[in-house]
Design a protein around this ligand. Structure first.
Ligand SMILES: N[C@@H](CCC(=O)N[C@@H](CS)C(=O)NCC(=O)O)C(=O)O
Length: 224
């Protein structure tokens, strides 16, 4: 008999929440193991041995070990999905989803990390203008993805929406959307907020991360 998949995660971590939302959409129960990055638990030798990349989320599904939220979400749909709607098997459709997943990984989340990591881990009290501008540029791209369709890959919800909204909603309090220029992103987040698991699985952690960033900005400035 197989055990519940083990998910190494933290609710502040956007990619962890993307996996948790995918799990909720598929009805998967994880055994969650919290990894506290602020206490550098991810750098403990035991975790680094398991995941040489020392990132969360990290999945251990009865010995199937996977790093990276995008890879984990795709695996979960293939293994546990009743159908392929969240990650289509059709090659052309799948390529669209992959393309958006790479946008999250290489652009939107990468830019969030570039802005937040110095504050979280290196006592920075700054939000450099160029890093904010980088995120504004990513907002403009995301807005274009949503110009004609309700979801980032068309008319249906996919894991690309779940991954991207986990990142986007972790930024909007810190780098606000322009109500006119980014109205489609706002509507898309509102649409995804209607998912029955969204508030508990994503919104609370996204707010928590941004509150922690604000608190640390102040604390880091005071301790200078
Ligand atoms: N592309 C990866 C990014 C994972 C990532 O950078 N996670 C952060 C937390 S949100 C982390 O584990 N940082 C610790 C480190 O990189 O050492 C994914 O989607 O899973």
């Amino acid at each position: 008999m197989s055990n519940k998949p083990i998910l190494y995660m933290h609710t502040f971590s956007p990619p962890s929440r993307a996996v948790l939302m995918t799990g909720a959409a598929l009805g998967i129960e994880f055994e969650c193991k919290v990894v506290n990055l602020l206490e550098f638990a991810h750098l403990e030798p035991k975790f680094v041995k398991l995941n040489p990349q020392h990132t969360i989320p990290f999945l251990d599904d009865n010995g199937v070990l996977i790093a990276d939220s995008h890879a984990i979400c795709a695996y979960l749909v293939g293994k546990y999905g009743k159908d392929d709607s969240l990650y289509p098997k059709d090659l052309a459709k799948r390529a669209q989803v992959d393309s958006r997943l790479h946008f999250d990984s290489g652009h939107l989340f990468a830019r969030l990390r570039f802005l937040y990591a110095p504050i979280l881990y290196c006592k920075s009290s700054e939000m450099p203008e160029d890093r904010i501008q980088n995120i504004q540029t990513a907002w403009d791209i995301l807005e274009r993805f949503l110009s004609e369709t309700p979801y980032v890959c068309g008319n249906d919800l996919t894991i690309a929406d779940l991954c991207l909204v986990a990142t986007a909603s972790s930024l909007t309090d810190i780098v606000p959307l322009d109500p006119v220029k980014h109205s489609k992103i706002k509507q898309w987040i509102d649409r995804l907020s209607q998912l029955p698991y969204y508030e508990e699985v994503n919104a609370i952690g996204a707010k928590g991360l941004q509150a922690a960033i604000r608190k640390l900005l102040k604390k880091n400035a005071e301790s200078k």
